[in-house]
Design a protein around this ligand. Structure first.
Ligand SMILES: [Fe+2]
Ligand SMILES: [Fe+2]
Length: 157
């Protein structure tokens, strides 16, 4: 099962990347801004999927590195600011959605808003996991954090 996943994930890294490139090209062939941004959104998601498949390959083939206390502190400090920023963006997009009545613009704002909510949730989960991890010293801490954050950060999770 894991071997199949490894083979598939390896293939998908370049497939998703190529797909992203092609879709971006399609988006340059017309000038309708809303349709354009929808295709660009899918293209960027596909680039992200390519990176996620790359992470799957690494998780299956490499030992997850243990995070030092310094690294945990660096992540904690680094994401603190971003948690606040994402919260502001959640608020901003909610306010804009309230003000704007054009359904096309609402659609775009809604997509941004949904992303911001997900980003904020994911960073909060990461922060919580890191706070808990500080009291642990097992070599598999990182793997635990990684799994938990990924699952809890998933849409609707
Ligand atoms: Fe994809
Ligand atoms: Fe964001």
């Amino acid at each position: 099962m894991d071997k199949d996943l490894l083979t598939t994930a390896k293939e998908m890294i370049s497939k998703e990347f190529e797909y992203a490139k092609e879709l971006r090209e399609v988006a340059t062939k017309f000038r309708h801004p809303v349709l354009q941004v929808l295709l660009i959104g899918i293209s960027l998601d596909s680039e992200k999927h390519s990176a996620f498949y790359d992470a799957i390959v690494k998780a299956l083939t490499e030992t997850q590195p243990m995070l030092s206390e310094e690294e945990l502190e660096a992540i904690k400090g680094g994401i603190k600011k971003h948690i606040e920023q994402e919260a502001e963006m959640v608020k901003l997009t909610a306010e804009l959605l309230d003000k704007v009545s054009d359904p096309k613009l609402k659609l775009i704002l809604q997509m941004i808003h949904d992303d911001e909510v997900r980003h904020h949730k994911l960073l909060l989960n990461l922060q919580k996991k890191i706070a808990e991890a500080e009291t642990l010293t097992e070599a598999d801490i990182w793997e635990m954090i990684w799994k938990d954050v990924a699952y809890h950060g998933a849409p609707g999770g």
